[in-house]
Design a protein around this ligand. Structure first.
Ligand code: DQQ
Length: 578
C-alpha cells in the first residue's frame, strides 16, 4: 500500500506575531486583534462544517445551559461577537427541534451589571419544579473576580426564552477569604439538584494551590446560597477544575435511558466530570453520591498527586468544556462538547471563525459499570442519504479499498471488522500511553493484526489523509485493542496542530466484532470505537483533499487479513445551522 513513512509529529506554536497575555481562564487575550481583522464569512470555505453546530462567524467555546423547554432544545454558548479569537464573552443562544437544525436568537446574557461587567462565562440551566428554567453563570466583576450570578426568563410563556433578566441580588456566590479560594479560580456552576431535605445543591469548579475541587453550595430558594463545609470532591495535584458536571446514570444492565439530575438511589451511579485546565481534557469518575454526607465517592481512581487521578476521558481527541442535560422528551442524557480549532490563530482570523460543537451524544453507563458509552443522537441519521452497503469482504494485508458513492467530506461511515488471527498480534512488553503508542505506530507503520480502519479526507495521491484505525496487541497474555486517530499526514499545511490521538478500547476481539463509526464533516472527524466505548475527535485542514477532490478508503496495513463484516456509509445532507 502506498503510504509513505509518517513524519515525526512536529508541534508548531499556534500563535503568530500577536501579543498574547494570559488571563484568569483557560483562554488567551489577543490584544492586537480586533473585529477589523476578521475576514468576511464565506460559505464556500473548505473547512466550514455542514452539520456540526457553529455560529455564522467569530469565536465560540463552551456549550452553556443546554435544556429542553417548551418542546424546544435550547443551547447557549460562549461567544465573542467581535472576532475569531476568545474575548468579549456573552451567552449566545440558539434553539432547535431536533438537536440537528438550529435557529439563532439574540444573545441571552451579556455584560450589563457590575457582577458580570467584564464577561459572562460558563454556567448551567436548572428546571425548577413546575418546569421553570433558571440559569446560574459566572460573571467577571470590575475587579476581574469570578462570581456566580442568577438569570431568569423575562417571559416564561415564551417558548423561545428570548429575554433573560438578572437577579438584583447578584452576585449570589463569591470567593471568600475564609474558604481560601482565589478569585480567579471560582467558576462554572453546574446544573443544580434537589436533595430530599428540600435544599438545592450546585457545584463550582475551583482549586486551592494545585488541589482541584468541586465546591458545594446549598440553597432553599435558589437565591441565598451557603457554602457547604467541604467540597463534594477534591483531588491533590489535579489543578483547576473547569466546567464540572455531576449527574446520575442508571446502573441497570443494558438500560441506555437517562434520568433527571436530582435522581438518586441504589439503581444509579453518579458521574463527576471535570475539564482539567492543566490537561485541556474532559475527565470523569464513576462513583456513588452519598447524599447524607454530601460527598462523592469514586469507585476507582488513580493516586492523587497528578492528572492520572482521572483515568477516563469522554473523548481522547480535541474536546473540552462539555456539559450534559436530561432530555425528558426522549428520556436520555445528552452530552454536548466544544471542539477547538487545530489551525493557527492567524488562519482562524483569516477564515473569520473558530470553534464548533460536537454532534450531541446520548450518554449512559456501560453494562460493565466501569465506563460510559456515547453515541450520536438518533436524529442525526435524518441527514443520511445515498446509502452505500458492502457485502462481507476480506481486506488483505496491505490492501486499500476505495469507498465510493458517498461524499467523502460530508459522510457518516459505519464499519465492522472480524479478526481471526488474534494470536498473531504484536507483543507489547511494557505498558505505554496509548496516545504515544499511536504516534509511534501510525497508520503507515506496518503491523501484524492492524492497523486497519478508515482513511478519511484523503487526497488522491495520499499526500494527505487522516487514518482512524485499530491495532491489536498481546499484553500479559491478553488482547489489547488500540484505537488511533492519526492526523500526522492530514494536511500539507504544517502550521496546523497534527497531533495523533489514541486510546485502548475495552473490546474482546475474540468474541466481538470491532466496530468503528466516523462522522466526517470537512474539518472535523468524530470517531466512535467499540460501539461508543471510545471516542476520538480530530480537526483536520487538508489542502488537496477538499470539496470533490477528497477520497475515502478502508485500509489494512497489517500482515493478517481481516474481514469487513459491515460497511454502511452515507453522504450527509447539510443541516440548517444558524
Ligand atoms: N471557558 C469559560 C470559563 C471556563 C472556560 C470562559 C472553559 O467559564 O472555565 O469562556 O473553557
Amino acid at each position: 500500500m502506498a503510504i509513505s513513512p509518517i513524519l515525526l509529529v512536529t508541534f508548531f506554536s499556534l500563535i503568530y506575531g500577536n501579543y498574547v497575555i494570559p488571563i484568569e481562564a483557560t483562554h488567551h487575550v489577543y490584544t492586537t486583534l480586533d473585529e477589523s481583522l476578521s475576514s468576511e464569512y464565506s460559505s464556500n470555505q473548505p473547512y466550514r462544517t455542514a452539520y456540526h453546530f457553529q455560529p455564522l462567524k467569530n469565536w465560540i467555546n463552551d456549550p452553556n445551559g443546554p435544556m429542553r423547554y417548551g418542546g424546544l432544545y435550547h443551547l447557549f454558548y460562549q461567544y465573542n461577537p467581535k472576532g475569531a479569537v476568545w474575548g468579549n464573552i456573552v451567552w449566545a443562544h440558539s434553539v432547535s427541534k431536533d438537536l440537528v437544525n438550529w435557529t439563532p436568537l439574540d444573545h441571552a446574557i451579556h455584560p450589563s451589571q457590575p457582577s458580570d461587567i467584564n464577561g459572562c462565562w460558563s454556567g448551567s440551566a436548572t428546571l425548577l419544579p413546575g418546569g421553570k428554567p433558571v440559569i446560574l453563570y459566572t460573571g467577571i466583576d470590575p475587579n476581574n473576580h469570578q462570581v456566580q450570578n442568577l438569570a431568569i426568563p423575562k417571559n416564561i410563556s415564551d417558548p423561545l426564552l428570548r429575554e433573560w433578566k438578572k437577579s438584583p441580588k447578584n452576585p449570589l456566590m463569591q470567593p471568600t477569604f475564609s474558604n481560601k479560594i482565589n478569585s480567579s479560580s471560582f467558576r462554572d456552576p453546574t446544573t443544580a439538584w434537589l436533595g430530599k431535605d428540600g435544599f438545592w445543591r450546585v457545584l463550582i469548579g475551583s482549586k486551592i494551590n494545585t488541589k482541584g475541587m468541586a465546591i458545594l453550595y446549598k440553597s432553599k430558594n435558589f437565591v441565598n446560597w451557603v457554602e457547604a463545609k467541604h467540597p463534594l470532591h477534591s483531588a491533590e495535584g489535579t489543578g483547576m477544575w473547569e466546567c464540572p458536571d455531576f449527574y446520575p446514570v442508571l446502573n441497570q444492565n443494558k438500560l441506555t435511558i437517562g434520568v433527571d439530575t436530582s435522581v438518586n438511589g441504589d439503581y444509579v451511579k453518579h458521574v463527576l466530570k471535570v475539564s482539567l485546565d492543566d490537561t485541556k481534557h474532559d475527565h470523569y469518575l464513576i462513583g456513588t453520591y452519598d447524599a447524607v454526607k454530601d460527598i462523592f465517592v469514586p469507585d476507582n481512581h488513580g493516586l492523587e498527586g497528578n492528572h492520572q487521578y482521572f483515568e477516563l476521558r469522554y473523548d481522547y481527541g480535541k474536546y473540552y468544556a462539555s456539559k450534559t442535560f436530561f432530555d425528558d422528551g426522549k428520556n436520555r442524557r445528552v452530552l454536548l462538547g466544544w471542539v477547538n480549532e487545530s489551525s493557527s490563530v492567524a488562519d482562524d482570523v483569516k477564515k473569520g471563525w473558530s470553534g464548533i460543537h460536537t454532534i450531541p451524544r446520548a450518554i449512559w453507563l456501560h453494562k460493565s459499570g466501569k465506563q460510559l458509552v456515547q453515541w450520536p443522537v438518533k436524529e442525526i441519521e435524518n441527514l443520511r442519504m445515498n446509502p452505500v452497503n458492502w457485502p462481507t469482504k476480506v481486506i488483505k494485508g496491505g490492501e486499500l479499498i476505495p469507498i465510493t458513492g458517498v461524499n467523502p467530506v460530508q459522510a457518516d461511515v459505519e464499519i465492522s471488522f472480524e479478526v481471526n488471527d488474534v494470536g498473531k498480534a504484536e507483543i507489547l512488553d511494557h505498558m505505554i500511553d496509548p496516545q504515544i503508542l499511536c504516534s509511534q505506530k501510525g497508520a503507515a507503520v506496518k503491523g501484524r493484526v492492524g492497523p486497519f480502519g478508515l482513511l478519511v479526507v484523503a487526497s488522491k495521491g495520499l499526500q494527505e489523509y487522516t487514518a482512524v484505525f485499530f491495532r491489536i496487541f498481546r499484553y500479559q497474555h491478553k488482547n489489547l485493542v488500540l484505537m488511533c486517530s492519526d492526523q500526522s499526514r492530514s494536511s500539507l499545511n504544517k502550521e496546523n496542530d497534527m497531533t495523533t490521538y489514541g486510546t485502548f478500547v475495552d473490546v474482546d476481539p475474540l468474541h466481538e466484532k470491532l466496530s468503528l463509526r466516523s462522522l466526517i464533516d470537512h474539518s472535523v472527524v468524530e470517531s466512535f470505537g467499540g460501539e461508543g466505548r471510545a471516542c476520538i475527535t480530530a480537526r483536520v485542514y487538508p489542502t488537496l483533499a477538499i470539496h470533490d477532490k477528497a477520497m475515502l478508503y478502508a485500509f489494512n496495513n497489517g500482515t493478517s487479513a481481516v474481514k469487513i463484516t459491515r460497511l454502511n456509509a452515507w453522504s450527509m445532507k447539510k443541516a440548517k445551522i444558524n
